[in-house]
Design a binder for this molecule. Structure first.
Ligand code: GTR
Length: 399
């Protein structure tokens, strides 16, 4: 029977060019008989779908990228080493902030994630260079909200657990508003005569995700960092970004989505909370132009967001939701992690199995997919980080 299925599958591939994707792979593209078929046929098609219809492709013309350490010092009473690295992309510059436990021996595993409002908001460390593109304090000359996001970046807790923290400001890569793609890194990728991304080319989330891979290029060269143990993490729109970065770049050993919602972990076809139409209307710059086809037309999506999670398999993935975060559809986030599980099982890894949501503050998933529903609102806080550290401890160090 299995052979017959495989044969039918192969025949359908050979005759597939003019067929719609659902005929090519069946109604549920993740219902695949073998790992080989997933790897050879289905995964590339799922990737192609997300690249050309959702987040957009990275254009072929790419600018030079360079890195330079611009400063080092101690923070948090000497317990933490701070390193700042300037990343140059064409003529754009972004600052990467790295915190490592000062007493580390050997290479340090790290959590890498973008921040919302500037590196200097992630801690009270007064030496952090203020991100050049960051919003300034209300009155001219005042310190621009140093430490305003400390609750989202528990640096001491993370470094005490033996991990580093690597972050950069999203606005250094592409400021988060619709300006026709003139103000961020997109213009460095235009072909001659091109003035905006083509319909199947990247928007802002695609550019943010690409930049996380460039940071990974740097991490591979940093002798203090264990680049085989990098967990990419993000909250909300930056959680959509971490999932897309992790789907495309297998160097990310763990992928974490915190309250990523629509266009992230949540299933779009549920149309619960934020919808594709709402996200395309409110954030027309986030996805590729082709994604507009699915506004009020979710059924036309060849595969829903469980496909995005499946692209990460067999690497460990963690999806987190918050109980008051209806806009991000916690149940839709749980279900996409659940529905990605068959692909993990093709690799002999355990995904999620319960069709019902776990209770509040009760993390689940003793295999390669983790999930929790934290009590409270749309945010990332120490509770979420404690689960990510626990998950990383288990997968990186078996403890
Ligand atoms: C909301 C948006 C969500 C989510 C969130 C955030 O306004 O509708 O998709 O990304 O912002 O990034 O905090």
């Amino acid at each position: 029977m299995k052979h017959l299925l495989t044969l039918a599958f192969a025949v359908s591939i050979l005759t597939a060019s003019a067929q719609p994707l659902e005929q090519k792979f069946g109604a549920d593209p993740l219902n695949i008989p073998t790992k080989r078929e997933w790897q050879k046929r289905v995964r590339p098609a799922v990737m192609e779908f997300f690249q050309s219809e959702v987040y957009g492709k990275v254009p072929p013309t790419q600018p030079a990228v360079a890195f330079r350490i611009i400063g080092e010092g101690k923070a948090f009473d000497g317990k933490v080493l701070r390193r700042e690295v300037e990343m140059t992309i064409g003529t754009s510059k972004a600052l990467i902030l790295i915190y490592l436990p000062a007493n580390h021996k050997g290479k340090v595993p790290v959590f890498l994630g973008m921040n919302f409002k500037g590196n200097h908001q992630t801690s009270l460390d007064p030496e952090i260079t203020i991100s050049a593109h960051a919003p300034r304090g209300k009155e001219l000359g005042t310190d621009p909200e140093r430490g305003a996001a400390v609750s989202r970046w528990p640096v001491e807790m993370i470094t005490e657990a033996g991990y580093g923290v690597v972050t950069l400001y999203r606005g250094d890569i592409d400021p988060d508003f619709d300006d026709g793609f003139q103000n961020g890194i997109h213009p460095h990728f235009y072909a001659e005569g091109q003035t905006k991304p083509y319909a199947d080319e990247w928007g802002t989330i695609g550019a943010w995700a690409w930049s996380l891979s460039r940071v990974m290029d740097y991490l591979e060269s940093d002798k203090d960092i264990d680049h085989k143990r990098v967990a990419v993490v993000g909250h909300s729109r930056l959680g959509k970004t971490s999932l897309w970065a992790g789907a495309q770049d297998k160097r990310f050993a763990i992928v974490i989505s915190n309250d990523s919602g629509c266009g992230g972990a949540a299933l779009s076809m549920r149309k619960y909370g934020e919808t594709v139409a709402a996200i395309n209307r409110n954030f027309p710059h986030w996805f590729c132009d082709n994604y507009n086809k699915y506004s009020n037309n979710e059924e036309a999506l060849w595969i829903d967001q469980q496909g995005l999670i499946a692209l990460i398999a067999p690497r460990p993935v963690y999806v987190a939701s918050a109980s008051l975060d209806d806009w991000a559809d916690p149940e839709g986030e749980y279900l996409s992690a659940l529905h990605a599980s068959p692909v993990y099982e093709l690799y002999g890894k355990k995904g999620l199995s319960s069709p019902t949501m776990p209770a509040i503050n009760t993390p689940v998933g003793e295999g390669h997919i983790g999930y929790h529903l934290r009590e409270g609102r749309h945010d990332i806080n120490a509770y979420d980080w404690a689960q990510y550290i626990r998950f990383a401890n288990r997968h990186f160090f078996g403890k």
